[in-house]
Design a protein around this ligand. Structure first.
Ligand SMILES: [Zn+2]
Length: 464
């Protein structure tokens, strides 16, 4: 059997890996390339393989960089089924519809800039394509083996990364050599003790591991420090009379923030009447799904809240639905928290909030998520003093804080622990990491594992 990466090789976005086994072509994840808007738009135009040749798709979790290309795949001729956990299936509907809306906006943006109408582009996919793609989705329960094809069985286990996230285990009888082989794809591996979701499954045996390496060469601040650190940032900003602006992914990170802020209100650690705005229609929809899925959560969330007290529904929370309501936030006087997307600041309402608030030294921009290379968010993280938003330059006078504890990705110690627990590994293929992270991690693996680490390169197949 053979594995080839078509995305998320030497980079952290656009996850797509093709497994060829027993005459079948199985795609592990079908993500969109995300990041700098123009680069992303161009990169997502074409597939490097024929979508009609794919037999099945297995999705690790609902993040768009793992699922966002499925409507495009279907529109280009894919006719098979798309398997994932039931929660991922549910979450994919609002996430993919939002993605279609962004594609449409990006196309309009691109077309406004081209002089020649012959060069105008169509969106990569539309809401109609999303609806057609959703018909191909099949949700499967966790921890339950499902026979995909003769000699190919799949099981989804908890990955501990986001609601519905899974690592995908394939148990194969390879017709080429008659051998039994187990391949595990981590998807995005979460962290132990993350709030809200359960801890990652710990497999004890596999032959091959396709492993993410986002933080293969770094450790995060401990999770326990996240909420107190957030309280200090909020209180400091409130004392200055400023606003806390938080660029956040609409899915999971926003709900984690709501949960953490709710805890701080309940414990009296931040001012009681501080308004919290969720300024993202997508985050609003997803928060409603989170309010319903309590049974998928970890024990800690149930311990911290009584059943009649929904963790995702503090009384200070306000959702801004319309663009007008969002714009009204510009005129709001006095301290507040504004959580808005997109997470990497490349699009969406967050750009307005940054534009209106980043020049005022009373305010704080709190970074809680991964910022890919070349994005506006990365420039803020890198401490650039002047940034460009909507073709205009702005001075960064606001305090910029990076709250690393909020990462939902395993760090180096978590990855080590995960790999050390798996016996029998022959090859570990590293993906979903920038080159320096994946390469350093490959060297590190050699110090404690017999397995051969391979840093996957785009379109370079590996025999298994
Ligand atoms: Zn993810």
């Amino acid at each position: 059997m053979k594995l080839t990466s078509y995305g998320a090789a030497l980079e952290v976005t656009g996850s797509q890996h093709l497994l060829e086994v027993n005459g079948k072509r199985i795609l592990l994840d079908c993500g969109l390339f995300q990041g700098h808007r123009k680069i992303a738009f161009e990169k997502n135009q074409e597939f490097e393989y024929d979508p009609a040749s794919i037999d099945a798709v297995l999705l690790s979790h609902a993040h768009i960089d793992h699922t966002g290309n499925t409507p495009h795949l279907v529109s280009k001729g894919f006719a098979g089924k798309i398997y994932c956990t039931e929660a991922t299936k549910k979450l994919c509907e609002p996430l993919l519809l939002d993605s279609a809306y962004i594609q449409q906006q990006d196309t309009e943006y691109f077309n406004r800039r081209v002089k020649d109408t012959a060069l105008e582009m169509d969106p990569i996919y539309t809401e109609e394509d999303v609806k057609l793609a959703l018909e191909h989705f099949k949700g499967l329960p966790y921890d339950t083996q499902y026979t995909l094809y003769d000699g190919v069985k799949v099981t989804f286990f908890e990955a501990g990364h986001v609601l519905g996230s899974s690592m995908i285990q394939l148990d194969i009888v390879d017709q080429e050599d008659g051998k039994e082989k187990r391949l595990i794809f981590t998807g995005d591996l979460g962290r132990y003790k993350l709030p809200i979701i359960k801890d990652p499954h710990e497999p004890d045996h596999a032959d091959y591991l396709l492993c993410e390496s986002t933080y293969g060469n770094r450790n995060h601040a401990p999770i326990e420090e996240g909420v107190p650190e957030l309280a200090r940032v909020i209180n400091r900003t409130v004392e200055r009379g400023g606003k806390v602006i938080i660029p956040s992914f609409a899915f999971e990170r926003t709900q984690e923030l709501i949960y953490s802020i709710h805890l701080l209100f309940d414990r009296g650690e931040i001012p009681k009447n501080l308004p919290v705005f969720i300024d993202s229609p997508l985050a609003t929809n997803l928060t409603h799904i989170f309010r319903e899925e309590i049974e998928l959560y970890d024990k800690d969330i149930r311990e911290n809240f009584r059943l009649d007290h929904n963790p995702f529904d503090p009384s200070q929370l306000k959702f801004t639905a319309s663009v007008e309501e969002s714009k009204e936030l510009n005129f709001l006087i006095g301290p507040c928290i504004i959580i808005s997307s997109s997470g990497m600041c490349e699009a969406g309402r967050i750009r307005h909030h940054l534009k209106n608030n980043i020049e005022d030294s009373k305010n704080t921009v709190a970074v809680v998520g991964y910022m890919a290379e070349n994005t506006l968010g990365r420039k803020i993280v890198d401490g650039e003093k002047r940034i460009k938003i909507y073709d205009q330059m702005y001075k960064v006078n606001a305090e910029v804080v990076i709250l690393e504890s909020f990462s939902a990705h395993a760090d180096r110690d978590d990855l080590d622990r995960f790999i050390k627990g798996i016996h029998g590994l022959k090859k570990i293929m590293l993906v979903h990491g920038e080159q320096n992270q994946s390469e350093a991690f490959a060297e590190r693996i050699k110090t404690y594992s017999e397995a051969e680490p391979i840093v996957m390169e785009p379109m370079k197949p590996v025999e298994l």
